[in-house]
Ligand binder design. Structure first.
Ligand SMILES: NC(=O)c1ccc[n+]([C@@H]2O[C@H](COP(=O)([O-])OP(=O)(O)OC[C@H]3O[C@@H](n4cnc5c(N)ncnc54)[C@H](O)[C@@H]3O)[C@@H](O)[C@H]2O)c1
Length: 239
């Protein structure tokens, strides 16, 4: 399969591209920066806010993994380009280029509230970043219903990046939000090769997180069971 991965230079994008290529997919990366760790078959440098560049990146692929974004809370002026305009450009280019399958990186931050209440349809953003992710989910639902795209919104957990974040996830008592890069990469491969139609939203969180988020849809729809629980799968030694 020919797959476009946006945000290919990022923390999640790099292992996702590696995993897809290792399993036989052809990968085109798209990002505004090119990092040494981003290994793709082809790379398009560009900004998600530029509709022409996005359209160029989308042309000729079978599926899109949309990771490119400002990945956490930031001033709205910084969020709006990639997380609002960018996601629109991406869906619009997918529709016009007949690319039906899109996997969208959403976030567990879309669902505040008591752990048992965080169902797949929970809409309770914790900040402006999460509001942009709900906008992306809504666009996905709209393009699926209106134009026949096959869209999965993955509400991804906390992919701890460094020892400082590892300390914070423990201090905040949020280890139930953890997900390893290996588990996310495997999930991405599974979804873009799965048969389904319409729009789905699922939580992609680590083993033992069922007390925090509803993990049933990801298992029922995609047979996904995470292998790691915090601190398993971290790419560094956690104290
Ligand atoms: N890291 C996490 O814990 C986490 C959790 C839930 C969801 N997510 C989501 O997963 C995705 C990837 O997150 P990440 O942790 O790899 O973040 P990251 O910042 O490491 O990667 C994001 C990539 O997007 C690119 N990008 C940003 N703005 C762009 C623009 N305007 N045009 C083109 N490229 C642009 C950046 O250059 C970067 O390489 C994001 O959508 C994020 O919201 C991340």
């Amino acid at each position: 399969m020919r797959v476009l991965v946006t945000g290919a230079s990022g923390y999640i994008g790099q292992p996702v591209c590696t995993e897809l290529r290792a399993r036989g997919d052809w990968v085109r990366g798209f990002d505004r920066t090119l990092q040494v760790g981003a290994v793709c078959d082809e790379f398009v440098l560009g900004d998600l806010a530029d509709p022409y560049r996005v359209a160029e990146a989308v042309r000729g692929v079978d599926a899109i993994v949309h990771l490119g974004a400002v990945p956490d809370e930031a001033p709205f002026e910084q969020l709006v380009g990639p997380n609002v305009s960018g996601v629109f450009h991406l869906f619009d280019a997918a529709r016009h280029n007949n690319v039906r399958r899109v996997l969208l990186a959403s976030s567990v931050q879309c669902a505040s509230g008591a752990p048992g209440e965080r169902r797949a349809d929970t809409r309770a953003p914790v900040n402006h970043y999460a509001v942009t992710k709900l906008f992306a989910e809504d666009l996905g639902e709209f393009y699926a219903r209106k134009f026949g795209l096959e869209v999965t919104a993955a509400r991804i957990g906390w992919m701890v990046r460094n020892p400082e974040e590892a300390r914070r996830i423990v201090e905040l008592n949020l280890t139930g939000w953890y997900i390893s890069r290996a588990d996310v990469s495997r999930f991405v491969h599974t979804v873009i090769h799965a048969t389904f139609s319409g729009y789905r939203v699922v939580y992609v969180v680590g083993a033992g997180s069922e007390g925090h988020f509803d993990m049933e849809p990801a298992e029922r729809l995609f047979g996904f069971r995470p292998a790691h629980r915090f601190p398993e799968g971290l790419p560094f030694d956690a104290e």
